[in-house]
Write a protein of this length. Structure first.
Length: 463
């Protein structure tokens, strides 16, 4: 039986209902029987999926889209104060609920696993959702990307486990009370909200402090930021800490990761026994994500060998090294990576998969603030490719910053020895790539913006 719907969530209106996080909450509420409505900037497959669940989805933002009997208006941190539907909510005295509070309400009464970290949240959350479903545990889940298999980012299940991606970008992950918290890594990002690493650590400490008494923190033993966070929270008496990684002192120690083309074979030492399983996506970072998922499931009492086998059923998330297709002997793959660490990890994974073939990258920087702070590191990462095309910055929610352009990345890439071409007109990219690519090459579209739309266009042009 579905948990009771909180009163404020009986007739919610979502502003930006098509967003990855917002749509997931809306889907779960619709599956639980709520009367869901909302608006989004444009039509999408997500909007259609929500309508199929009975939700009302308006295209465009207008005060008239908000029903007067709405029980709440759900917003994310990206919604501006002058949004006409938000203004109308104030006029009608309709409560405004942040999406993190809505998600926290959905987790109430369930055994929650909250997956946090600067990188890898979506993949690790997805791995757990797939594995727990494969084991017949019927979990609920809310993920920041669509699973390649089920093709959805959220689902209400009848089981007692809820797996959620926990977003640190606006501190919203501090709203959750998980039984198991995963911290994959801790790095400085989201520069508009965090001024220093100390602020980042404070935020993650608050998140870890919300783990229920007797609960477990699963955290990397290899990544420097995670190691520092572990040092800071070790004295929490009600918290069990389980470390994982290649470090010889890790509680779940990675003994070996063996690349197998577009997959990996992973062997870990857990409870004094070696356990080997397959991860059906390429790259060491994804293998480590799977080990974190394994440790979290074991913390909930799931037998390790069962979970390891089920993790092999995970086939990926859309935009996480997702194969878009092949044309003229060229494979086109899509990556959501937009932070230098993510870029480096995905490029190294593709470098290994490419073997003797060339790796061509189409990179779209995401956010002016991130480019200002990390543009040099982004450029250095691109040196791992044989050649790269760099687009203009995708602004998302930000206004331009004077002097901050893609040139910061291009200059750094050139200094690092990369072969980089600036392309300001995105519509010309398919022609540019068609002129560069030859049979056997891998083409990687990379970034968190609309660069993902170029994959099918490149394939069509190659054809």
């Amino acid at each position: 039986m579905a948990p009771a719907i909180p009163t404020a969530m009986e007739r919610p209106h979502f502003i930006g209902i098509g967003g990855a996080g917002m749509s997931g909450i809306a889907k779960i509420l619709a599956q639980r029987g709520a009367k869901v409505a909302g608006s989004d900037a444009k039509e999408s497959d997500t909007a259609e999926a929500l309508r199929a669940l009975g939700a009302t989805v308006h295209i465009g933002h207008a005060a008239g889209h908000l029903a007067s009997d709405a029980s709440s208006v759900v917003v994310s941190s990206a919604i501006r104060a002058d949004n006409p539907e938000l203004v109308r909510a104030a006029e009608l005295s309709i409560p405004v609920v942040h999406r993190s509070d809505a998600l926290a309400a959905l987790m109430g009464g369930l055994r929650a696993i909250a997956v946090a970290g600067t990188h890898g949240k979506t993949t690790t959350t997805s791995m757990l959702a797939v594995a727990l479903t494969e084991l017949g545990l019927d979990p609920s889940y809310a993920i920041g990307g669509d699973l390649a298999g089920p093709g959805t980012n959220a689902r209400h299940g009848d089981g007692d486990i809820f797996v959620a991606e926990a977003d640190e970008s606006d501190r919203s992950f501090q709203k959750y009370d998980p039984e198991v918290a995963i911290v994959l890594n801790v790095e400085l990002d989201h520069h508009a909200n965090y001024a220093s690493m100390d602020e980042i650590y404070d935020s993650f400490e608050t998140f870890v402090g919300k783990v229920v008494p007797g609960g477990t923190l699963v955290i990397s033993a290899d990544q420097a930021g995670a190691v520092e966070l572990t040092r800071r929270v070790r004295d929490l008496s009600s918290l069990k800490v389980v470390t994982y990684g290649a470090d010889e002192h890790a509680d779940v120690r990675v003994h070996r990761i063996t690349p197998r083309g577009l997959s990996s074979e992973v062997t870990v030492l857990l409870g004094g026994k070696y356990l080997t399983f397959t991860v059906s996506v390429p790259g060491r970072h994804y293998a480590l994500n799977a080990v974190a998922a394994l440790a979290a499931g074991v913390a909930l009492g799931i037998p390790a060998h069962n979970l390891a086998s089920a993790l092999g059923k995970y086939t990926g998330v859309k935009r996480r090294l997702q194969l878009k297709g092949e044309a003229a002997g060229v494979q086109v793959i899509d990556s959501y990576a937009h932070h230098p660490t993510e870029m480096t990890a995905d490029l190294e994974a593709m470098r290994g998969a490419a073997a003797d073939s060339r790796l061509l990258v189409v990179f779209q920087p995401h956010l002016f603030s991130r480019t200002q702070e990390l543009g040099t590191e982004m450029g250095r990462a691109l040196a791992l490719a044989d050649a790269s095309v760099v687009l203009d910055i995708y602004p998302a929610r930000e206004d331009p910053i004077p002097g901050v352009t893609s040139a910061l990345i291009i200059d750094a890439a050139g200094t690092a020895g990369a072969d980089v071409t600036a392309v300001h007109d995105k519509t010309t990219v398919p022609d540019v790539i068609a002129g560069m690519a030859r049979p056997g090459d891998l083409v990687l579209t990379m970034g968190a913006g609309d660069v993902t739309d170029l994959g099918p266009q490149i394939l069509a042009r190659l054809s």
